[in-house]
Design a protein around this ligand. Structure first.
Ligand code: GRG
Length: 295
């Protein structure tokens, strides 16, 4: 299996599903919808929906009827990026290679675009999509996503991140911060795919371990790219972690040791899939891709 082709095909599927499920521009809400669509269609990698799809496929489920659930992860992720870029947070001018939402639409619109996308994500999660996924399983997905993105997940991680700027924090705190800020949504995307795929509790646990480890690898790689790449290549500000005096893996361990830690996390993610057959090869390849990605 060629992961580049797999990613390209799945990304196209996600783009089409987002287009189908998002409100069209026009009408009295035009500026609000335009701001949401501006950030949503600015060219993200679509890693979270693809992980959700790949986890369902690992359990031999055809993901087409469940695309609204996969799309919900992109809506929620994009909300977090819009709010993270705001002047009160990271104050960034560039995201996905374009001016940030607040730079184009103003702060109030950007806040509301984020709020709209977050809420819309939950609307997508709650849409009826297939009789195979009964109300109980739907509720399980909604519950696990709510926990992943709320105060004990992404929002909590972001709050801790902001409170930690310029402070000496322990590695334990950094690890916790990363698992909330970045890892929780990534793990939830994999877990939602597991629920869609009617996973046994054992399979669910294995996929959760996979998700936790790729979430960690993803953040460590993000830290490395922030140090080693350029703003042009990333489409967002390189070197910003040092500028904000953020605790990061490279700051704790240096670049070489950090690379090793990312590779270890990927190895553990792949090891968690030992009882899965070749339908989970895309998940294995995705874990490797996270390590070698350049943006
Ligand atoms: C504002 C509640 C709230 C949370 C913000 C997303 C986030 C949490 C902060 C952004 C900064 C950061 C380094 C987050 C870690 C997660 C991460 C690496 C986001 C970028 O995700 P990609 O690489 O981006 O998947 P694309 O643009 O490809 O979707």
């Amino acid at each position: 299996m060629d992961i580049k082709t797999y990613l390209k095909n799945k990304k196209n599927l996600v783009e089409q599903a987002l287009e189908k499920n998002m409100p069209a521009v026009g009408g009295v809400l035009a500026p609000h919808v335009e701001a949401m669509r501006y950030s949503l269609f600015a060219g993200g990698k679509r890693v979270r929906p693809i992980l959700c799809i790949a986890a369902a496929e690992a359990l031999k489920i055809e993901p087409a009827p469940f695309m609204p659930i996969a799309c919900a992860f992109e809506c929620i992720h994009t909300y977090s990026l819009i709010h993270d870029d705001l002047p009160a947070m990271d104050n960034d001018d560039l995201r996905r290679g374009k001016p940030t939402c607040h730079k184009v639409f103003g702060e109030a619109e950007a806040i509301l675009a984020g709020d709209g996308l977050l809420t819309y994500g939950f609307e997508l999660l709650s849409l009826p999509c297939s009789a195979e996924l009964g109300a109980e399983k739907k509720l399980r997905i909604i519950n696990l996503v709510a926990r992943a993105v709320g105060s004990q997940g992404m929002v909590g991680g972001q709050a801790l991140d902001i409170a930690s700027e310029g402070k000496d924090i322990s590695f334990k705190t950094l690890r916790y911060l990363h698992s909330c800020k970045t890892g929780a949504l990534i793990t939830a995307a994999v877990q939602a795919g597991a629920v869609i795929g009617q996973a046994t509790e054992q399979e669910f646990t294995a996929l959760t371990t996979y998700g936790n480890n790729i979430g960690l690898a993803f953040q460590i790689k993000d830290d490395l790219l922030n140090v080693e790449s350029t703003t042009e290549e990333l489409g967002k500000a390189a070197g910003s972690d040092a500028e904000h005096d953020k605790a990061t893996y490279p700051a704790f361990f240096g670049v070489e040791e950090t690379r090793k830690k990312a590779a270890d996390a990927v190895e553990q993610a792949i090891a968690a899939l030992e009882n899965f057959d070749n339908h989970s090869d895309p998940l294995r390849e995705l874990a490797q891709y996270i390590l070698y990605r350049t943006k």
